[in-house]
Design a protein around this ligand. Structure first.
Ligand code: SAH
Length: 412
């Protein structure tokens, strides 16, 4: 049921006229003037508000810079909703933002009934992630601002999608940084939490209540397609899918005709789901084997045993959430890439990824290059991959570029 969201919403902060104000230190206005939405604790000279409350952000001379959601315990102390002084941050504002994010998706090429509808800052809604799986929406509220407006946003999501079911997965670790407790369960409607997604030529079952993130990695959709195309064109015989999660790349390779795929993950439940996904698509069980193991150790074992593959996927978890972790993460990325190059057949292809915000595309390229050099292997970089287009980065928010990948074909 869609409840109306008009004036007098529970938030009671729809009137910018009575707003609290935060004033920035001299010289700290620059990034807001360039329309970057984050205000760090260290940039604020004075002022404050309750968790999620809308504040007027002023420069050192008192000039208007933006309307932002205040977050008293986060290092990112405020996130900007709007840079337009005349704009009211009220239910209608959230209705417009949600409608515009959904409208933008209609112009993107997505071959799936699973799609990211709202991608946080890139869609003007800092801290909000919304994925659609068929007729079910799954949302993560990871900032104080969207937490405060949760009911209004939930209603807007139903209104603008015409759907009735919205599940909340606000259990990301980033909620802790905002001083917010975990919150999961049905926000609107109810129904099954084990769903089946149709993507490209295959189906993938997922669990929105217990799976990673909102249940699945929609951001790798285009890479899975590319992998299936390579499997078909190059007639993969032995494929290795490292960090396979629920087997997205495994199913893609089998769909492309790969003879056999070995899939590794350290999560037992993910592997059970991966095996089920192979069966769901009608592939013979002999074409897939699963290892509940550590990828690094397994790659070493393959190298020692002289076992090689003609296609390898490396899609590890986020080793470097921020640049502060970049150095150690770089070593970890280099290690797995070096080992993968060692067991890659000449002419074989490596699909290698980093989803770390703290590792730039340029740095990732250098890491992979030095891994290849150490392994004594050279290759052609045939593709540069990014997140699927429904996970956009924007010109003003380069942090939106978190996922990067390279397709490297080992020289013959
Ligand atoms: N490629 C997947 C997503 C991978 S997410 C897809 O397209 O859906 C990263 C995965 O790495 C998770 O499933 C996690 O369980 C697994 N993982 C993390 N550390 C690991 C390790 N050391 N060895 C094996 N798997 C690991």
């Amino acid at each position: 049921m869609v409840t109306s969201f008009g004036a007098g919403s529970a938030q009671g902060c729809g009137d910018n006229g009575t707003m609290k104000t935060i004033r920035l230190r001299a010289g700290k206005e620059r990034s807001l003037q360039r329309r970057h939405p984050w205000i760090f604790e260290s940039a604020i000279e004075r002022g404050g508000a309750d968790s999620g409350e809308t504040v007027r952000v002023e420069g050192h001379e008192g000039q208007f810079l933006g309307w932002a959601a205040f977050s008293p315990s986060s290092k990112i102390r405020a996130r900007v909703w709007s840079f337009v002084e005349s704009e009211r941050i009220d239910a209608a504002f959230f209705g417009r933002a949600v409608a515009s994010a959904i409208q933008a998706r209609t112009r993107l090429e997505v071959h799936s009934d699973g799609m990211r509808l709202v991608h946080g800052e890139s869609d003007g809604l800092p801290g909000l992630i919304v994925d659609r799986y068929g007729d079910t929406l799954v949302a993560q509220f990871t900032s104080a601002g969207v937490e405060r407006w949760k009911a209004v946003i939930a209603d807007a999501l139903l209104l603008h999608t015409g759907l009735e079911k919205l599940y909340e997965r606000s259990d990301a670790s980033s909620r802790g940084l905002e001083g917010l407790p975990e919150s999961t369960g049905w926000l609107r409607g109810s129904g099954a939490t084990d769903l089946v997604l149709r993507e490209h030529d295959w189906q993938l079952a997922l669990d929105i209540a217990h799976g990673h993130k909102t249940g699945f990695y929609l951001d790798q959709r285009d890479s899975r397609k590319k992998f299936a195309e390579h499997a078909r064109r190059l007639q993969f015989q032995r494929v290795l899918n490292c960090f396979c999660y629920t087997g997205g790349f495994t199913v893609a390779a089998l769909s492309g005709g790969a003879a056999h795929v070995t899939s590794i993950d350290s999560s037992g439940p993910a592997l059970v789901q991966a095996a089920a996904n192979v069966a769901l698509n009608g592939f013979a069980p002999e074409r897939a084997s699963f290892m509940d193991a550590d990828v690094n150790a397994s790659l070493r074992q393959f190298a020692q045993a002289g076992q090689s593959f003609d296609a390898i996927v490396l899609d590890p978890p986020k080793y470097a959430p921020t640049v502060a972790h970049a150095e150690r993460a770089a070593r970890a990325y280099k290690d797995i890439n070096r080992l993968a190059f060692k067991i890659l057949e000449p002419g074989g292809v490596l699909f290698t990824y980093s989803c770390s915000g703290g590792i730039s595309a340029d740095l990732f390229h250098k890491i992979v290059a030095s891994a290849g050099a150490d392994a004594g292997v050279d290759g052609f970089i045939t593709e540069r991959m990014g997140g699927a287009p429904d996970h956009p980065m924007t010109i003003n928010f380069p942090e939106g570029e978190y996922l990067k990948g390279l397709v490297v074909m080992r020289k013959l």
